[in-house]
Ligand binder design. Structure first.
Ligand code: PLP
Ligand code: COI
Length: 363
């Protein structure tokens, strides 16, 4: 809960969406297309530090065309969800982990590092204020998108002396159209996402821009998502454009690529490692090669693969294609272990199972 130390200036949205219209929108929100009535904004300047904490109507940000973010992509963001609980209350899931990652992203991009309690309190404040926007339909939640931009007006290539932090919220259902069917991945050989020493472990907008040509190629090839390989050997499986990846073997063990600096340290990934071990499964954080993946899929040693992330939750992978690869995993459908891990995770998030690891932040 709140320590009550932070007070936000509040400006209520005079044009808030009427309740009946809101309820209709919440029935079928899709992903990232519907937004709540308010947003949080906080400013930073070198001279005054963090200031001007506001809850205000969601509206356009007015920015000078020479603002640093437009030219040098000085932007970081987070993704987290608020869940409706069976008793009608609401909760965030591990917001402290998002706050820590946000600081790490800021550090990598030479941006101001927001204190973790200020980050968490901003998210709590927005959800409390717009709590009527948390859907209560099965599997739906309120997705929070906190982000920060370099807002100094300057064209010189230098760190920004001013920043704007903003958090918006969007009621969401499934990230994928058509829900739960297994994904077909495109193994990108032309493009990589992140190189050693680069920004792969930071959640910065530039990483996502850099992955879009590969995603377009994947879509042209009839695939749903891209799986990126390491930039040096083009051999090791790293992650998807917006999800981490897990493999499930015939001995019941799980494997996921290690955090070597070129992939995002996913909070879902970390949670699933813990829940897998809770179930008595062996979980390895070890590199997995593309050729080995195909070999293991063909021999049946590999039983399942799945992607995971806040937006996607747990998404089974059915097929993999590429210039040099084409194979099916298991029978091409959702696997058993993926289903059990997804249930274990979402049962905690939605308050249907005990919160053994103290991951919930009740509002
Ligand atoms: N990898 C990338 C590139 C992502 O954008 C995301 C989504 O946030 C993830 C992995 C999964 O991270 P998390 O589980 O913290 O949402
Ligand atoms: C998330 O899962 O929160 C992400 O940021 C991934 C994005 C592609 C929606």
């Amino acid at each position: 809960g709140s320590n009550g130390a932070l007070t936000f200036d509040v400006e209520k949205n005079p044009n808030a969406v009427p309740a009946t219209e809101r309820e209709a929108l919440l029935q079928n929100p899709g992903f990232g297309k519907v937004f709540t009535d308010h947003m949080v904004t906080i400013r930073y300047s070198e001279n005054t530090g963090w200031h001007g904490w506001k809850i205000e109507p969601r509206r356009p940000l007015a920015l000078d065309p020479a603002t640093l973010v437009f030219h040098y992509a000085l932007e970081i963001f987070e993704g987290m969800k608020a869940y409706r609980l069976p008793d009608g209350g609401a909760t965030l899931f591990r917001p402290d982990a998002n706050a820590r990652r946000f600081r790490n992203s800021a550090e990598r991009l030479g941006m101001a590092q927001m204190p973790e309690d200020l980050f968490v309190e901003s998210c709590r404040a927005l959800v409390r204020f717009d709590r009527d926007w948390i859907p209560s339909s099965e599997g739906a939640s309120l997705y929070l998108r906190p982000f920060m931009i370099g807002s100094e007006v300057a064209l010189g290539m230098k760190p920004s002396s001013e920043f704007i932090f903003c958090a918006i919220a969007s009621p969401v259902a499934s990230y994928f159209k058509g829900g739960a069917s297994a994904l077909t991945l495109w193994a990108s050989e032309n493009f990589t996402r992140a190189a050693p020493g680069g920004t792969g472990a930071a959640k910065c907008g530039g990483n996502y821009a850099a992955s879009l040509a590969a995603q377009a190629e994947g879509l042209r090839e009839g695939c749903d998502q891209v799986v990126f390989l390491d930039a040096v050997e083009r051999r090791w499986v790293e992650e998807l454009g917006g999800m981490n990846i897990f493999f499930v073997f015939d001995d019941g063990s799980l494997q996921t690529p290690p955090l070597t600096g070129t992939i995002l340290p996913g909070i879902t990934r970390d949670s699933l490692i813990t829940l897998g071990r809770d179930m008595g499964l062996t979980v390895r954080e070890e590199p997995y090669g593309m050729d080995q993946w195909q070999k293991d899929a063909e021999s049946g040693r590999l039983r399942e693969a799945f992607a995971c992330g806040t937006a996607a939750v747990v998404a089974p992978i059915g097929k993999v294609k590429g210039r040099q690869h084409s194979f099916t995993i298991g029978d091409g459908n959702a696997g058993l272990i993926a289903g059990r891990l997804k249930a274990a995770l979402t049962d905690i998030q939605f308050g249907r199972a005990p919160d053994q690891h103290s991951w919930l932040d009740r509002l």
